[in-house]
Design a protein around this ligand. Structure first.
Ligand SMILES: Cc1cc2nc3c(=O)[nH]c(=O)nc-3n(C[C@H](O)[C@H](O)[C@H](O)COP(=O)(O)O)c2cc1C
Length: 187
């Protein structure tokens, strides 16, 4: 019989439609603790997270709009406003930031995938606590103005904007995977 934890993992689902409330307090603390349990070669802790709530979501929208225009002055006012509204799609955004370092034994890719694992745990813990999330990137994750506005320093990168809240409406069907398409015994 499938263990309940495994069964729960099979039900993980990205939730694009999110409303208030977002997790707070001890529940949010546990969700982050799950992310901090990511496997981490050499315990480099090559990651950090920013939380964006309330008024700061509007500020982030302005940063998105201004940075998009600075990157491409030809964008239309409609496009600029679309970027401005993006962070308002959820009551909370967590920005997952990779802070990798040159290391004689641990290549950068290992440090990046450690953060990827952490984000996966965060999404699972979020759902376990009755909330939902959606991992997004898009051009704003790679925009220098956004990096500066969020206080990233040299060498840091955005790996995701995690939109977080309470799922709205009906969840999509979970995509089914055929194990044999991806797993092959090697001998
Ligand atoms: C690094 C990363 C970036 C992503 N960026 C976006 C994005 O910008 N927009 C989007 O619609 N989905 C994005 N996705 C995919 C969704 O988070 C999600 O995985 C997808 O909708 C499939 O749903 P599922 O996770 O429930 O299978 C991204 C996923 C990853 C891993």
């Amino acid at each position: 019989m499938t263990h309940p934890v495994t069964a729960f993992m099979l039900e993980r689902n990205s939730m694009p439609a999110l409303s208030a409330p977002a997790p707070t307090g001890a529940v949010l603390g546990s969700i982050f603790q799950a992310a901090l349990r990511a496997p981490d070669h050499g315990k480099l802790r090559p990651w950090r997270y920013l939380t964006v709530n309330g008024e700061a979501l509007y500020k982030l929208g302005n940063l998105f709009a201004e940075s998009s225009r600075a990157d491409d002055p030809t964008i239309s006012v409609e496009q600029e406003n679309k970027f401005r509204k993006m962070p308002l799609r959820a009551p909370m955004i967590v920005v997952a930031i990779a802070k990798t370092q040159a290391h004689h034994k641990i290549p950068e890719i290992e440090q990046l995938i450690s953060l990827g694992a952490g984000v996966g745990y965060l999404l699972l813990a979020l759902q376990a606590e009755g909330f939902g999330g959606m991992w997004r990137t898009g051009p704003l994750a790679y925009n220098k103005g956004v990096h500066k506005g969020l206080g990233l320093v040299e060498g840091e990168r955005i790996v995701g904007f995690l939109y977080i809240g309470t799922p709205e409406g009906k969840a999509k069907a979970i995509p089914q995977n055929n194990t044999d398409d991806f797993i092959t015994p090697w001998a």
